[in-house]
Design a binder for this molecule. Structure first.
Ligand SMILES: [Zn+2]
Length: 373
């Protein structure tokens, strides 16, 4: 049959070739140079294309359907290197044969994600650190309570910090971690995070008659609304490095989160900062590198400075007698930025120090005790 067709379509020259040809065909295989996942196409070129074609193909010794564009499904194979062999044959009387081999490297395994959270349970009024360590380079994503977290690159891990306001109720939040390697193999884990309620003490404070008008809840709400937009801004990059310094030397007189009762009245909102007694005029030091985000004078906090440390982390210094920095100025860790005073709702010279993470008010002392991330 081949002879008959050959004579009919190729004429005399083809007949002579059919009878005498001893040159095997050429086979060229083209595989993707990089690691692949899923189905991959291998280009097969056989010459002379009008007189020869692929007749056999194998992947790791297993026969597959030969064709000019081999489709190899690597998802059914173990990860690693695979050998693809294609044999071609010409249509001459001798059926001359040749074959070629090419390697394909595949990876169809998603990364394994390890959660390293500190502390294991989150608590209202504190900072929670999430670290996700994949076993191979991977793009990490995370969602907490349905909200995506901005994951920062660490050395071999992705991380995020989350602040929980002191008045947040105890709750359990859904935590979804995902990681995709550069080929797109994606792993997802569904976890939960327990958030414990804050157990801060109640602090009795006596204030003079002159300060009583400042105790109305609407004054505090108005001041919080005025300062809130500053804490919502997220700037890049991270400016802090290592633990925070104490901004002032002096004894802690009111801890962060303390519920307060003024002049024997009802217990009102949590104390937004930590208070340190210090003489008026004592320098207040930047606890970490930052940029001056706000200088203001308000009714309760008095004269204030807010430092932006990047990634939504801010520190606030209140009741100051003097401010020694300019708006937008970059300050270094340990640099004096202001002086202790007693402006605003204050019964004597002290520093009121706040720390904000992503718009949530948290305990600043934690940042002096451990390194984040
Ligand atoms: Zn205070």
């Amino acid at each position: 049959m081949a002879l008959g067709i050959g004579w009919a379509t190729g004429g005399l020259e083809y007949g002579y070739w059919w009878l005498t040809n001893a040159t095997p065909p050429t086979v060229t295989l083209v595989a993707p140079p990089d690691v692949v996942r899923g189905s991959v196409q291998i280009g097969v070129r056989v010459g002379p294309s009008d007189r020869a074609g692929p007749v056999e193909a194998q992947v790791d010794g297993q026969p597959i359907e030969p064709s000019g564009a081999l489709l190899v499904d690597t998802s059914t194979l173990p990860d690693g290197e695979h050998q693809v062999i294609v044999s071609a044959e010409d249509r001459s009387w001798r059926r001359n044969r040749a074959s070629a081999m090419v390697s394909v490297r595949s990876d169809n395994t998603p990364p394994q994600l390890r959660l390293e959270s500190r502390p294991e349970r989150a608590r209202a009024g504190s900072t929670w650190l999430l670290r996700v360590r994949p076993d191979e380079p991977a793009a990490i994503e995370a969602q907490l309570g349905g909200t995506p977290l901005a994951i920062q690159p660490g050395e071999g891990y992705g991380w995020a910090i989350v602040g929980f306001s002191p008045e947040a109720p105890a709750t359990t939040l859904a935590l979804v971690l995902a990681g995709a390697d550069r080929l797109g193999n994606r792993a997802e884990q569904q976890l939960t995070l327990e958030v414990a309620a804050d157990d801060a003490p109640v602090d009795a404070v006596d204030v003079s008659a002159a300060l009583l008008p400042l105790l109305g809840p609407e004054i505090r709400a108005e001041e919080d609304r005025r300062l809130a937009p500053t804490y919502q801004r997220i700037s890049q990059p991270r400016l802090w490095e290592g633990r925070f310094l104490m901004p002032v030397e002096g004894p802690l007189i009111t801890e962060f989160g303390a519920r307060r009762s003024y002049n024997g009245g009802p217990v009102v909102g949590a104390h937004a900062g930590a208070d340190f007694a210090a003489p008026a005029g004592q320098p207040v030091l930047a606890p970490a590198r930052g940029r001056v985000a706000l200088i203001d004078e308000v009714r309760l906090r008095g004269r204030v400075v807010v430092l932006d440390h990047g990634l939504g982390v801010f520190t606030t210094y209140a009741h100051l007698s003097a401010v020694d920095v300019q708006p937008d100025q970059t300050v270094e860790r340990g640099q004096p930025i202001a002086k202790v005073g007693s402006t605003g709702l204050s019964t004597g010279p002290h520093l009121h120090w706040e720390l904000w993470v992503g718009g949530a008010n948290v305990d600043p002392l934690e940042w002096t005790e451990r390194e984040l991330p």
